[in-house]
Ligand binder design. Structure first.
Ligand code: RUB
Length: 319
């Protein structure tokens, strides 16, 4: 097993999970692959890198950070293998460092939104959301974080583990207790797998229910998202694919055999409409969801050009 296939397997099996970590791991795997390919033939090298790209791309479908990271690393135009290798290594290093800085900056910006004594609800496990909690706590704000269990993979336990290790007062609740508990909450902060061009949020299934409950209770709903989680392809009308996962995550084998005709649906993510989101905290600032178009256009402009070119090329091919 190579470093590349090992990373692809870990993303697929969710040993590496969470949109930011997936993106950084994929960037690192492309770098390792570039360093390990033994050829002086640039065509052969490019072919092997394309295969690596495709393998990583196919691991999980929803987190837009993954294709954005892969494309950022694969932006090279080289005549020799040495040049190509150098460009990939420097692109990957820049992406990973930029991503880590973005999470840190989101923590600093987001902490301004937290008041001393706030009770904050979160769902699933998000490094960007945790960065905000940790920064606010280190600033001396006395916060209490309510973490949902997040069935079926219990990412809430990961969140609880982070929070407890950081010494932050934490309460764990069942997903079904969100609405009942909302009356004690001052603010909701969640992460993102993707932000669409109209500012809607794709995140762990159940996020939209948390947002609805927050809206009903007039509780602010904030999303923490690095700009590489914004989806350029949604500008061209493409939808973000919602990952459908194994029914075995929902019901044990014994019960599935007992009810052989039972259908099980296990979507891993859902979509929170922009009207339920008060603010998106990015590394370039706290913005309203309506500004998603500008982030895609200005911050991911290069990505957009390439997507547009690909679309035009696709049309020509069909004509
Ligand atoms: C993880 C999830 C997280 C986002 C943001 O889903 O929905 O909220 O990925 O995380 P899964 P981060 O566990 O299925 O990957 O802020 O760490 O990028």
């Amino acid at each position: 097993m190579t470093a590349l296939t090992e990373t692809a397997d870990k993303i697929k099996s969710m040993e590496i999970r969470g949109a930011g970590k997936i993106a950084r791991a994929a960037a690192g795997a492309l770098k390792e692959e570039a360093l390990s390919i033994r050829t002086n033939d640039i065509k052969e090298f490019n072919k092997r890198m394309d295969e690596a790209y495709n393998l990583l791309y196919s691991t999980r479908p929803t987190a837009v950070s993954l294709p954005n990271a892969l494309r950022a690393v694969m932006r090279y135009n080289a005549g020799t293998v040495a040049e190509a290798r150098q460009a990939i290594v420097s692109n990957a290093d820049a992406f990973i460092a930029g991503s880590e800085n973005a999470v840190k900056r989101i923590g600093e910006i987001g902490a301004h939104r937290i008041k001393d004594g706030d009770t904050i609800m979160t769902h699933c496990n998000s490094s960007a959301a945790f960065s905000i909690f940790e920064t606010a706590f280190k600033q001396g704000k006395k916060i209490n974080v309510i973490a949902t269990e997040t069935r079926p993979r219990q990412q809430g336990y990961v969140t609880v583990d982070f929070l407890q290790k950081a010494g932050i007062p934490t309460t764990l609740i069942l997903d079904s207790a969100v609405r009942y508990t909302m009356k004690k909450v001052d603010l909701v902060i969640v992460g993102a797998d993707a932000i669409t061009v109209n500012g809607s949020l794709v995140n762990k299934v159940g996020t939209s229910q948390v947002a609805l409950a927050a809206n009903e209770a007039r509780v602010g709903f904030i999303c923490a998202a690095e700009t590489y989680k914004f989806s350029p392809r949604t500008l061209f009308g493409e939808m973000v694919e919602i990952e459908e996962r194994d029914p075995a995550e929902v019901l044990c084998n014994e019960l599935r055999m007992k009810w052989p005709n039972l259908r099980i649906s296990n979507p891993a993510f859902d979509i929170t409409p922009h009207k339920f989101i008060d603010m998106i905290i990015t590394e370039i600032g706290a913005i309203s969801p309506e500004m998603a178009y500008w982030v895609i256009k200005d911050k991911l402009g290069w990505e957009l050009e390439e997507t547009a070119e690909a679309n035009v090329k696709g049309c020509d091919d069909e004509n």
